[in-house]
Write a protein that binds this ligand. Structure first.
Ligand code: F6R
Length: 251
């Protein structure tokens, strides 16, 4: 695992965008794995800026999102499809048919999950997977206790995760109880490179255990220690428990 510590969220977002943009400029048909939530929002803003001001071209890019809530229609304002539309897709020149997100309101979710795995395989895997990390150590919605051998499937969200994500909903009770998520196996087997972003003190303990702790399903992100090409980009607050932090890059 390569660990890069930066001073603040703004630098983290810019660095992450530079990595994504570098890939797209080298490989027009890049396949990206994308995350939702608060952490990648700065990355998406910076990608939009690079598209507008520096002609970063998404026309041949394909994306696969990690997860979607069960029971929300794609046009529900709280769905991850809506999140991606609002924060990235509607503001760049990506083709809608190349943006994949599991459909959380389909009648046959196990078919959705099987197809999602197949679509990722057909795309030739994922060149760069962006991940956030839950304060409980989840990646995607693979909560503590997840079986690392599982692929895309329906999962129950941990109470902790529903609480953390309640900030995006009008009322905490509206947060769905289930989600479709890529599995740890999906992420580990299909991603040629992984970029995990962590910002803020709330992530410090999970990040420390992910980097320095033992590999265990109590902290799903720890399985990333077994992947050959992972870069962790963390701000100072998230990295505060990591002893060997080196010289943070300034804002
Ligand atoms: C979202 C996802 C989650 C988040 C994690 C951190 O698609 O897969 O694993 O990355 O919950 O969320 P934030 O960034 O909101 O702290």
């Amino acid at each position: 695992m390569k660990l890069q510590i930066v001073d603040c969220y703004q630098t983290l977002s810019r660095q992450a965008a530079a990595i994504v943009a570098g890939l797209i400029r080298r490989k027009r048909q890049a396949v990206l794995g994308l995350a939702t939530g608060g952490t990648p929002m700065g990355l998406y803003q910076e990608l939009i800026r690079l598209h507008r001001e520096e002609q970063l071209d998404f026309v041949d890019v394909t994306t696969f999102n990690l997860d979607e809530y069960v029971g929300l229609t794609p046009d529900d304002p709280n769905s991850y499809r809506s999140f991606m539309q609002q924060h990235l897709f509607s503001q760049i020149n990506i083709r809608a048919e190349r943006t994949y997100i599991p459909c959380g309101d389909a009648s046959d979710l196990s078919l959705v999950c099987r197809r999602y795995e197949e679509l990722i395989r057909q795309a030739g895997g994922i060149d760069l997977q962006i991940l956030g990390i839950g304060a409980n150590g989840h990646i995607g919605f693979n909560e503590p206790g997840a079986d690392p051998g599982e692929g895309t499937r329906v999962v129950r969200l941990a109470a902790h995760t529903r609480q953390a994500n309640a900030r995006f909903f009008a009322r905490p009770t509206e947060v769905p109880h289930q989600a479709v998520t890529m599995g740890i196996r999906t992420i580990m087997q299909n991603s040629r490179k992984i970029l995990l972003l962590a910002s803020g003190e709330a992530k410090a303990e999970a990040l420390y255990r992910m980097v320095c702790g033992k590999v265990e399903n109590g902290l799903p992100a720890s399985y990333l220690q077994l992947h050959p090409n992972v870069t962790v980009l963390a701000d100072r607050a998230a990295a505060k428990l990591l002893a060997d932090v080196g010289q943070p890059l300034g804002c």
